[in-house]
Design a protein around this ligand. Structure first.
Ligand code: COA
Ligand code: AMP
Length: 633
């Protein structure tokens, strides 16, 4: 029953982290070795592999070609939505990346400069990322489902020299024209990029602004391939913005050296894939999963990676995941529980699965939100392969708790994300930071230093980094999740302790939505909570209190609120419903009782908080909810 290797290796990683990660680092190529594995001279700003020099693109591409993988397929672009497919060998991908790196360099992009990538799931997005890494530029990929205002915030924070985008993304119901969104974002932002490189897709042609915009094809036409540059292990590879507790997203920084070491270790020991095998993270390059396990991890490990443009259902049907696994001989898939729920809903018997040969398939990994037992069981029963729920965050960049398949047979307990991954010393603590007994629910924290690959800080915001993650429990990283650990050390992640919600595996801030709703001229007060949804796990629900004297049609106001969130945050927020209430339930000190409202909306039992200002308001909320439809589609 026990993963023997796991125990030994986990202990080594916690007792001698420098030895452990120093050994793991041997699988990465360094142009110069480190002076020290773990640099604690500026603790709590820990740095890994100080003094070392490397290049992430070199490790992902050049090294693979030098080691004889030049003719192996590196990337398969499978666009279920357009029906197009394209394969790139390692040599072809390297050539394309070197040319695009030369294009960026020709536009004056140099080591340390930022490049924003706002693109759909096309190979050029991965090429742009790797090209930045090649010349030491710092990329920041922005998910296509975000609206112009969200993009503008990121432009102002990252101050990119160049933005790489495309004419359109393709959603099942519509074309998403990226260029007007990009133009709007640039007009809102105070920082202006020098150039925009636009990939013109055949489905839509974007209007280019002379002098600023340049067509991707023209941009690369005369470019010379750029060689890789040596960067410090501690230099940033990328910034990825994620929801914080306010409308201002946090710029998570990822370094080069620690990231390489952690990803390489995880490909072999956690996902248990071998060089030459096919790995598929069915996510989007706009999310951290896409960075780590569509682009960097698989290439670094010499695997073939799938870049999938489509949805789990409707492109064309709920069998598309099985088709991709079968056709491209995928051994391991990583996706969000929502994707499996969507497939299960369309094809409850799993009939579509029967037309495909999945005999080579070894494991399904799920993360991004809590996986319900039904979904885990459904997939496990049909796939004849372990279904591994595992836990991580944008901040960590790679899993923090999982069944590590490379360290022995998995021991699965439904509802649990299994045990701490080597390198992570996970504890459950109470309000005062004291460790709780096994089985008791508390805040999930990780003892510092965090292992390689985790965020060293926030972009240009060291103070915010300390405040957001390290101040609450000194000596520990505060994950923002709550849960418990059982006697076997299995972790159960139950909820967030802040106002972050997970919608279809996408992380969103209800605080940011409230900031948008509060701008509605008729709204006096508002609150947004995440309510249970059978497909997306959670969806946001808005409660609006109108200003005195407003006597417009409340349905109109609710619809305007929905439109505002779509316009300012983006369709990805899946904000479909706002209800008008007379008052919000509050404590006597004025704190809105969001979790009580959430329980009422979810039809769950709740206790009337002793500190409530006026319990009658809970009745009013219940009545208002009864008079409305559930928020999901
Ligand atoms: N660009 C522009 N718009 C996008 C987008 C993108 N890259 N991705 C999503 N959107 C839009 C969608 O079109 C949709 O808009 P709509 O309100 O006009 O319908 C909205 O954002 C919500 O999208 P989505 O979350 O994809 O929901 P959906 O209802 O269209 O599809 C699922 C439902 C279950 C198929 C979908 O949520 C899904 O594939 N989930 C899996 C998520 C996943 O793999 N996450 C990876 C994290 S590991
Ligand atoms: P993101 O930064 O978008 O990856 O979201 C991270 C958050 O998603 C975590 O802090 C958790 O709240 C949640 N999460 C991720 N994986 C899981 C999981 N396997 N089970 C429960 N919650 C998860």
């Amino acid at each position: 029953m026990v993963q023997k290797n796991y125990r030994k290796i986990y202990r080594q990683s916690i007792e001698s982290p420098e030895h452990f990660w120093g050994q793991a680092a041997k699988n990465v190529h360094w142009f110069r070795e480190w002076d020290c594995v773990l640099d604690d001279s500026r603790a709590p700003f820990y740095r890994w592999f100080t003094g070392a020099e490397t290049n992430t693109c070199y490790n992902c591409l050049d090294r693979q070609v030098e080691n004889g993988r030049g003719e192996q397929t590196a990337l398969i672009y499978d666009s279920a939505i357009t029906g197009r497919q394209k394969k790139f060998t390692y040599r072809e991908l390297l050539d394309k990346v070197a040319i695009f790196a030369g294009t960026l360099a020709g536009m004056g992009v140099a080591k340390g400069d930022r490049v924003i990538i706002y693109m759909p799931m096309v190979p050029e997005a991965a090429i742009a990322m790797l090209a930045c890494a090649r010349i030491g530029a710092i990329h920041s990929v922005v998910f296509g489902g975000f609206a112009a205002r969200e993009l503008a915030t990121r432009i102002d924070d990252a101050k990119p020299k160049v933005i790489v985008s495309a004419s359109c993304g393709i959603e099942p119901s519509r074309l998403v024209l990226y260029k007007p969104l990009l133009d709007e974002a640039i007009s809102i932002a105070s920082e202006k990029p020098h150039k925009c490189i636009i990939l013109q897709r055949q489905e839509a042609k974007a209007q280019l602004i002379p002098g600023r915009d340049i067509d991707w094809k023209e941009a690369i036409a005369d470019a010379q391939p750029a060689d890789y540059v040596k960067v410090k292990a501690t230099d940033p590879l990328y910034i990825i913005y994620t929801s914080g507790t306010t409308g201002e997203p946090k710029g998570i920084v990822r370094d080069n050296g620690g990231h390489l070491v952690a990803l390489e270790w995880s490909m072999a020991n956690l996902f248990n894939v071998k060089p030459g095998e096919v790995f598929w993270a069915a996510s989007d390059i706009g999310w951290v999963v896409g960075h780590s396990y569509i682009v960097y991890g698989p290439l670094l490990h010499g695997c073939t990676s799938i870049l999938f443009e489509g949805k789990p259902v409707g492109t064309p049907d709920a069998g598309v995941y099985w088709r991709v696994i079968s056709e491209h001989k995928v051994v391991t898939v990583f996706t969000a529980p929502t994707a499996i729920r969507a497939i299960k809903r369309e094809d409850p018997e799993g009939k579509l699965l029967q037309s495909y040969d999945l005999s080579h398939f070894r494991a399904l990994f799920l993360a991004g939100e809590r996986a319900d037992t039904d979904t885990l069981r459904w997939a496990g029963d049909r796939l004849d392969a372990p279904v591994i729920d595992h836990w991580w965050q944008t901040e960590s960049g790679w899993p923090m708790a999982a069944n590590c398949l490379g360290l022995g047979q998995p021991v699965i307990k439904y509802g649990s994300v299994a045990r701490a991954v080597p390198g992570y010393d996970i504890r459950i603590v109470d309000e005062s930071g004291d460790e709780m007994e096994r089985g008791q629910m508390g805040a999930i924290v990780i003892k510092l230093p965090l292992p390689p690959g985790n965020l060293p800080t926030l972009w240009n915001a060291d103070d915010r980094f300390i405040k957001a993650y390290l101040e609450r429990f000194p000596g520990f990283y505060h994950t923002g999740d709550a849960g418990y650990m059982d006697d076997d050390g299995y972790l159960f992640v139950m909820s967030r302790t802040d106002d972050i919600i997970n919608v279809a595996g996408h992380r969103l801030s209800t605080g940011a939505m409230e900031e948008v709703l509060a701008r509605h001229p008729d709204v006096a007060e508002c609150a947004v909570t995440g309510v249970a949804d059978s497909l997306k796990g959670q969806v946001p629900l808005g409660f609006l209190v109108l200003k005195n004297g407003v006597n417009r049609d409340t349905d109109d106001i609710a619809q305007e609120a929905v439109k505002m969130i779509r316009k300012d945050i983006g369709p990805v927020a899946a904000f479909k419903k706002a209800i008008i209430v007379d008052r919000l339930p509050k404590t006597r000190s004025g704190k809105v009782l969001r979790s009580t409202m959430q329980k009422i909306a979810d039809n769950q039992p709740y206790k009337i908080p002793a500190t409530i200002e006026d319990p009658a308001v809970l009745e009013e909320i219940t009545k208002a909810l009864l008079n409305t439809n559930p928020p999901s589609k």
